[in-house]
Design a protein around this ligand. Structure first.
Ligand code: SF4
Length: 189
């Protein structure tokens, strides 16, 4: 465990380089992030948002201090993204219950993806040839996985979504060199 990235240790003019990513989620966790309202303005001078669905940047940067990762790992594309994020981020935060436990996207696990695809594409003949999608969409993993089963996670922020004050407290604690996992109120979202 390595939480504690003080403001000033970041590589972008002393500001903490923050990224946010979503995998298989509903974007509700990102909405909670935006719900910080005016607190965002307080944090803004100490953060540099270097990658996010909220900004127009296509490539994940080579060096990131903290990445907030929403959503579970459902397909090959998610898996590749999660590995890249891990490789390039000093700290990875599993943001919300889908990242922490697989939650909603994980509801498909008992159904078995292969059987569902077979039913939809072959037996119900969604397309006349009964062809399963394999090229234009990423291949589904047999099971939808919580993030920690794919990469090492440094901090878990549970909740569906995690309340905005919990995200603010976690970021503030990190900026001050502390470990958000040690905040009792954050352990249970
Ligand atoms: Fe949406 Fe809840 Fe999953 Fe967040 S944890 S992505 S709010 S379903």
């Amino acid at each position: 465990m390595k939480p504690g990235v003080r403001s000033g240790e970041g590589t972008m003019g002393g500001r903490l380089r923050l990224a946010t990513v979503w995998l298989d989620g509903c974007s509700g966790c990102h909405m909670s992030l935006l719900d910080m309202d005016e607190l965002l303005l307080e944090l803004a001078p100490r953060l540099e948002l270097v990658y996010s669905p909220l900004v127009d940047r296509k490539d994940f940067p080579a060096v990131v201090d903290v990445t907030l990762l929403e959503g579970a790992v459902s397909n090959e594309d998610d898996r590749r993204k999660a590995l890249l994020v891990r490789e390039r981020s000093r700290l990875v935060v599993a943001l919300g219950d889908c990242a922490v436990t697989a939650n909603v996207p994980g509801l498909r696990n008992p159904l078995a993806a292969e059987a569902v695809l077979e039913q939809v594409y072959r037996r119900q003949a969604v397309n006349p040839e009964g062809i399963m999608p394999a090229r234009q969409v990423p291949l589904l993993l047999p099971r939808c996985l919580p993030l920690h089963q794919v990469i090492e996670v440094d901090i878990f922020l549970p909740g569906c979504p995690p309340p905005s004050p919990a995200i603010v407290r976690a970021l503030t604690t990190l900026l001050e060199g502390g470990n958000p996992a040690e905040l009792p109120a954050l352990k249970f979202g």
